[in-house]
Design a protein around this ligand. Sequence first.
Ligand SMILES: Cc1cc2nc3c(=O)[nH]c(=O)nc-3n(C[C@H](O)[C@H](O)[C@H](O)COP(=O)(O)OP(=O)(O)OC[C@H]3O[C@@H](n4cnc5c(N)ncnc54)[C@H](O)[C@@H]3O)c2cc1C
Length: 439
Amino acid sequence: MATDIRVIGGGLAGSEAALTLSRLGFAVELWEMRPVRPTDVHESDLFGELVCSNSLGSDALRDARGLLKAELRELGSYVIRCADASRLPAGKAFAVDKTEFARNVTKAVLASTGISIRREEYLKLDPGVPTIVATGPLTSQNLLDDLRNRLGHDNLFFYDAVAPSVWAHSIDRSFVFAASRGGDASDYLNCVLSRDEYYAFVHELQNARQHLPEMTQEQKYFEACLPVEEIARRGDDALRFGPMRPVGLEGRPPNCYAVIQLRRENRDGSVLGLVGFQTSLAIGEQHRVLSTVPALRHAEFVRYGLIHKNAFLRAPQVLSSSLELVAYPRVWITGQLCGVDGYVESTAMGFVAAISAAVRLLGRPMPLWNSTTMIGLLLRYVTSEREDFQPTNANFGLVPTVQGPRQKPLDRQAFAAEALAQTRRIVSEIDSLAKQETP
Ligand SMILES: Cc1cc2nc3c(=O)[nH]c(=O)nc-3n(C[C@H](O)[C@H](O)[C@H](O)COP(=O)(O)OP(=O)(O)OC[C@H]3O[C@@H](n4cnc5c(N)ncnc54)[C@H](O)[C@@H]3O)c2cc1C
């Protein structure tokens, strides 16, 4: 089968792009370097592996990530379908069994007759072949260097941290209570800290040794995903108003001043993730500091937290409004590399890149991703010129504000209804793109 297009990277954006193009009848060559060449963070050779939390954000339409998922569902996103099939109960959060999810994505990719797979590192761009680059925040250095040389500016980075997870059997149940901030109480376990325990814990955290292997340049964190020690350094009470807040939890014991929430990461509940507890502490320090929390005194770690560089490009300077490189027509940059942050955001940009490539290869006009949809807002953000470009996640702050003294707050319900109506219009445009009958 002759290849119509290459997709580089079998993560969230790349898998979504490859599956979407295959559905439209294109022959796709999907390159994935794992397991031949691992990244510092991925743990498997599965497509669509989630590198940290098992949460894809809220599912509510009045939440930006909830709306983004709803738009992707309307569009027939394969990745979101796999997420729906591996969903776990988790209160208001949309959490999945991570292994089941990645297996579902892998199964879909392997079952797709339009996709051929190359387990190889893609070293440098071949502009002669239509290509979608979806190599993500952990893009291999060879490819990053090539992109930097071609695009004429330094690659950009920020730092993102992973939260640890622990074996459920190692938790001391006499210091936890089950409660969820909305949803079923049994979805979360809350490790109780009294007032004294909380401040002692914060003090240990503020003074613990970090492991920052690469952080030689100016330290830039993504504000929506700060390591807990960084939050703790911003003030003794910052954590108890942040990820350790004890509010909205029914049945809270009277001495409960703060909590660490645990959420199951797999279907049988044997592995629990520490919610919002991404950390860059050295491994020994994670043991030492977390063991000051009574429920975690004997916790056995399944995975330690860590910090890593996240690569992204200065997208507005190099991409057209359809994610195509201005200097290299028929090459699209997508996923985290194009300047969005998050699992669902990367998936959404993978879908957009697939459609952009399909219309370009078929000589058809681009569907209208305007600012009335969350996908359109993200696309507009990453492709509009701005000073000091930094990645963004989905949020309602991306909605252009109407200027004037009597600005009304955004009616999210109405916005979501219009976004889904506009998405349905786009669906019919996309359906007309199919190159041949769906396999
Ligand atoms: C440490 C860390 C923690 C994160 N935690 C979260 C979180 O908890 N929640 C959240 O929503 N987002 C998180 N993110 C952000 C990000 O949205 C996710 O990483 C998301 O998976 C990005 O999707 P992607 O498809 O762009 O990249 P990925 O899912 O990483 O996929 C890229 C793929 O490309 C492959 N690849 C790289 N270079 C090459 C090459 N040269 N040739 C061939 N293949 C290559 C990689 O092996 C990988 O499989 C985190 C990121 C990092 C780095």
